[in-house]
Design a protein around this ligand. Structure first.
Ligand SMILES: [Zn+2]
Length: 280
């Protein structure tokens, strides 16, 4: 995912460096490149000692950036960024997208006058990367490639975001649904898909439970059976149960609201037979 920004003169130099790279890309077979990055990261990173790591920091992402720039991009990212790195960070708040690259361009006033300014931010989701394989050992696909551990997931997500950085440096914009992006993703990293939505652990629980918003469900509360309808699902399901003492909703019916773990819900065929005041 990437947010667009207006063009900036800094892009001229970046464009020539990245176009020169495209003439010699790819530098090696994708599987060998990504395996070399993995091996070097496990050796060099301060936190990552095994594929299913439990901690990760900005420094790990900086090491990862260096390794990908060296092995996959022939140092062209550092050249195009004039020796700098994007801001790299782990985000606890990103739960829908595993990665997000943001580019901002503008101008800053200096003692020598006005200078162009450009800023890249690459954020990687903590919940989606560190949550992978935690409760569910099944392999997952990211970017169309099978991932067996958290490092596989991190690498695929990071590769996708680096492609956004590269394409933005090359053309001033980036879209992972575009043909150029998808070709480069295949050539460099053998990605067969360029969407980067991952199933979160929470979404995995919904899928496994088979319960969806709108379903009629039954659950037990303080020793009584309640029947209601699922109004939403986050960590827990929000279930609305008809109740004379509840809040009046748009459909003219009063409901009491319950937050129930998905594992405590049983789907029922229909709840219209439920008593009008089932929390009596
Ligand atoms: Zn994308």
């Amino acid at each position: 995912m990437v947010r667009r920004a207006p063009p900036n003169p800094l892009d001229e130099q970046a464009r020539s460096v990245t176009l020169a790279f495209l003439d010699r890309a790819p530098l090696g077979a994708p599987e060998q490149v990504t395996a070399a990055v993995r091996k070097a990261l496990l050796h060099d990173s301060p936190n990552l000692r095994r594929g299913d790591f439990d901690r990760i920091s900005t420094v790990d992402l900086e090491v990862l950036f260096e390794l990908y720039d060296q092995h996959a991009f022939g140092r062209c990212l550092a050249d195009a960024l004039s020796g700098t790195q994007p801001r790299l960070r782990m985000s606890r708040r990103m739960t829908r997208s595993a990665g997000l690259t943001t580019i901002r361009r503008g101008q800053v006033r200096t003692h020598a006058g006005v200078a162009p300014w450009r800023w890249f931010d690459v954020a990687i989701s903590v919940p989606l990367v560190l949550g992978a394989f935690r409760d569910d050992p099944r392999p997952v696909h990211v970017a169309g490639r099978l991932c067996h551990d958290r490092l596989d997931v991190l690498q695929r997500v990071f590769e996708h975001e680096l492609l956004h950085v590269f394409e933005s440096l090359c053309t001033g914009r980036s879209s992972c649904s575009g043909a150029a992006f998808r070709k480069l993703a295949w050539d460099l990293f053998a990605h067969t898909e360029s969407r980067h939505e991952m199933i979160s652990p929470t979404q995995r629980r919904w899928i496994d439970s088979g319960i969806r918003p709108g379903d009629a469900v039954r659950f037990s509360f303080e020793g009584h059976t309640r029947v209601g309808r699922v109004n939403g699902i986050r960590q827990r399901a929000t279930v609305l149960v008809r109740s004379l003492r509840g809040r009046l909703y748009d459909d003219g019916v009063r409901y009491a609201k319950y937050y129930v773990p998905l594992s405590h819900l049983t789907r029922v065929d229909d709840h219209r037979q439920a008593p009008a005041d089932s929390d009596r």
